[in-house]
Write a protein that binds this ligand. Structure first.
Ligand code: FAD
Ligand code: NAI
Length: 472
């Protein structure tokens, strides 16, 4: 590129929000550049988030299953050994394959990939500090899309070294299995990474401030169920407990906790502590102050319903602004923001964005939780179906969990769907579609689902809402 060229769109940040926006913009015929400072595309999700964590979750599950779950299936195995180095290598290969894949998509679609840190210096100007040194350049842009993502929220007083006191970034790259791990925060990261290390042999204790695990949005009944199941797998929970302070003493990290409401203090010892108390918007070095762009009390860049800041040609998407911090949410916004630029309209249905936690069993949901519906004062009906009554789950010897529908009592329209169970993350797609199309439970209950599949539990839970399930 040359500093003289003006781009129609410059995207700052190459994560799921930014790279999707850049590809979409190029596909719309707009001259597009994407500035990314990490040295690889894909953002948090591909490099240190979704992808590496799912690689470790999948492979640690197989290891755990071979150790604990194959004898009853008629498979006797000899000495099972963990090769952590190879497990990490498999993870790294998935990551690099996918990040290079995005570079290829950039080339294919004609997106200029600019490696460096982007700083807003004028209403239409972005200064780029190149990653590999060299001359600082200025890009001119008709439109700017900010997609700079998020970072782990630190815990005051605990200094992250990514070795003994780690965020998820350190937790996906440990070089040996800790004997004892304390996880601060029983949200999605805590439970996914806690599962990985527990399966590989660590004694894991999760400390959660609230009375229930799972983080915001999880249905309370689901939360209880998955806590019981993860407990059976060996994870210990201290809910309603707050961390007061911590310190590193030699090889040991000491964490002082007490009941959230005050009371008895206790000291937990661990060789690794994972801080997973949420993520916060990342805007360091972005130069928001140069244009006087507003952030809210949590650091999120303030936008309107068309993703515009007070300078309407500067739009913001993904983790750095409002809403769920999820890759697919950022991607939807990337497409919508570009469509606002190219067509004048765009669309994301925030009521139908699925959440998935990739533990075993998985937890997946879309729409409202029962506690949310109750709080809204709406009359509702609930239908549930346990996997222990589903033929495929029984055949697979994998019967933990259930499907739960919540519907408007009067109209039977679906308000929320919650699944704890094998493959819940895939199964929820049907629920998202149902919600998008404004389906009723009866619409699903009268739709044929193949036998024997786990999806029959989905259908039967829907039936249980407006009528009765057959098999329970
Ligand atoms: P990011 O992916 O954070 O990308 C922002 C990019 O911008 C970064 O690469 C950064 O280097 C770059 N950048 C920042 N500032 C500048 C600048 N000034 N100039 C140039 N570049 C800049 N979500 C899911 O949906 N499913 C999952 O399974 C899942 N698992 C996760 C597991 C973990 C351990 C973590 C931490 C997160 C996970 N997430 C998951 C969340 C998901 O990673 C984020 O929601 C998603 O990455 C947000 O995308 P984004 O494009 O908004 O930002
Ligand atoms: P989270 O918001 O899901 O959970 C944080 C948990 O920490 C909450 O339960 C909260 O009550 C608790 N907490 C907060 N302060 C605490 C304290 N001082 N002591 C004890 N507990 C405390 O955040 P998490 O797990 O860090 O994940 C960050 C984001 O990343 C989430 O928004 C999530 O959407 C995303 N993510 C998504 C994944 C997925 O989709 N599968 C996987 C991993 C992350």
């Amino acid at each position: 590129y040359s500093s003289e060229t003006e781009h129609d769109v410059v995207v700052i940040g190459g994560g799921p929000g930014g790279y999707v926006a850049a590809i979409k913009a190029a596909q719309e015929g707009l001259k597009t550049a994407c500035v990314e400072k990490r040295g690889a595309l894909g953002g948090t999700c591909l490099n240190v988030g979704c992808i590496p964590s799912k690689s470790l979750l999948n492979n640690s599950h197989i290891y755990h299953q071979i150790n604990h779950d194959v004898k009853k299936r008629g498979i006797d195995v000899g000495d099972v050994k963990l090769n952590l180095g190879q497990m990490m290598k498999a993870k790294e290969e998935s990551v690099s394959g996918l990040t290079k894949g995005i570079e290829f998509l950039f080339k294919k679609n004609g997106v200029d990939y600019i490696k460096g840190t982007g700083t807003l210096v004028g209403e239409h100007e972005i200064k780029v500090n190149p990653l590999e040194g060299g001359e600082v350049k200025t890009l001119k842009a008709k439109n700017i899309i900010i997609a700079t993502g998020s970072e782990a929220t630190p815990f005051p007083g605990l200094e992250i070294d990514e070795k003994k006191i780690v965020t998820s970034t350190g937790a996906i790259a440990l070089t040996e299995v800790p004997k004892k791990m304390v996880v601060i925060g029983g949200g999605i990261i805590g439970l996914e990474m806690g599962s990985v290390w527990s399966r590989l042999g660590a004694e894991v204790t999760v400390v959660e401030y609230l009375g229930a695990i799972g983080g915001p949005g999880m249905d309370a009944e689901v939360s209880k169920n998955i806590q019981r199941t993860l407990g059976k797998q060996g994870i210990k929970f201290k809910t309603g407990t707050k961390v007061v302070s911590g310190s590193v003493e030699g090889e040991t990290v000491k964490i002082n906790v007490e009941a959230a409401k005050g009371g008895k203090e206790e000291t937990l010892e661990a060789d690794v502590v994972l801080v997973a108390i949420g993520r916060r918007p990342y805007t360091e070095g972005l130069g928001l102050e140069n244009l006087d762009l507003e952030t809210d009390e949590r650091g999120r860049i303030v936008i309107d319903s068309e993703y515009r800041t007070k300078l309407p040609h500067i739009r913001v998407i993904g983790d750095v602004t409002f809403g769920a911090m999820l890759a697919h949410k950022a991607e939807e916004e990337g497409i919508a923001a570009v469509e606002y630029i190219s067509k004048g309209y765009g669309h994301v249905n925030y009521g139908a964005i699925p959440s998935v936690m990739y533990t075993h069993p998985e937890v997946a949901w879309v729409g409202q939780s029962e506690q949310d519906v109750k709080a809204s004062g709406k009359e509702y009906s609930v239908g549930t179906f346990p996997f222990s009554a589903n033929s495929r789950a029984k055949t697979n010897l994998d019967t933990d969990g259930f499907v739960k529908f919540i519907a408007d009592k009067e109209t039977d329209r679906i308000l929320g769907i919650h699944i704890v169970g094998p493959n819940a993350g895939e199964m929820i797609a049907e629920g998202v579609l149902a919600l998008e199309y404004g389906a009723s439970c009866e619409d699903i209950g009268r739709t044929s689902h193949a036998h024997p599949t786990l999806s029959e539990a989905f259908k039967e839970a829907a039936m249980a809402t407006y009528s009765k399930a057959i098999h329970s």
